[in-house]
Design a binder for this molecule. Structure first.
Ligand code: ADP
Length: 189
């Protein structure tokens, strides 16, 4: 069984870029709920069309929608390889449901990586990216959603004892060196 890793951090923290490097080096599945929702939206599925209303407003998609998508995904046999969750969980309810789903499979998360980046850097990074939901007013709402609904996860995983915080400032390569230190130690552990 491969490693099971959760990646938390505000929008613009660089989770997506780090995730690409991580899944390559450690041969993990990259499960990005943002990517899954954008694919569903582009395919115009009922879930995708519903999700789009929230995404374009910078709001979180309702928990039950996300939880159903993730449960279906981790039930696939390829999840034995290990996975990196990127953008999920985003609420304490999602985290609790993930813990339950993994426990039902007789497994649990190995580590939760928190990527820390100061707010003023986040805004600049997001505004220069140019995705449909990267308009200033939507970015502002996404940061609000993060603080209100996702930041409490840091506490949740802190109490669970599997949280490691990483400095997310600097270049992608500099940050990846810090990430590798944590994951290599775990692999050898
Ligand atoms: P970022 O990390 O840059 O904010 P993502 O690509 O992870 O962006 O997500 C884009 C949008 O998709 C979010 O603003 C939200 O509307 C929706 N979304 C993604 N993952 C979740 C989730 N786990 N729970 C609720 N909504 C989500």
């Amino acid at each position: 069984m491969g490693m099971k890793v959760v990646f938390v951090g505000p929008p613009g923290a660089g989770k997506g870029s780090q995730a690409e490097h991580i899944v390559k080096k450690y041969n993990l599945l990259h499960l990005s709920t943002g990517d899954m929702l954008r694919a569903a939206r582009d395919a115009k599925t009922p879930v995708g069309l519903k999700a789009e209303e929230y995404m374009s407003a910078g709001k979180l998609v309702p928990d039950d929608v996300i939880i159903a998508i993730i449960k279906e995904r981790i039930a696939q046999p390829d999840s034995d390889r290990g996975f990196l969750f990127d953008g999920f969980p985003r609420t304490v309810v999602q985290a609790e449901e993930l813990d339950k789903a993994l426990a039902a499979q007789g497994t649990k998360l190995d580590v939760v990586l928190e990527l820390q980046v100061p707010e003023e850097i986040l805004f600049t990074r997001l505004a220069s990216r140019g995705r449909a939901d990267d308009k200033p007013e939507v970015i502002r709402q996404r940061l609000v959603s993060y603080h209100e609904q996702t930041a409490p996860l840091v506490d949740y995983y802190g109490k669970a004892g599997n949280l490691v915080s990483i400095d997310g400032t600097g270049t992608i390569d500099e940050v990846f060196v810090r990430v590798e230190k944590v994951l290599d130690a775990l692999n050898e552990g």
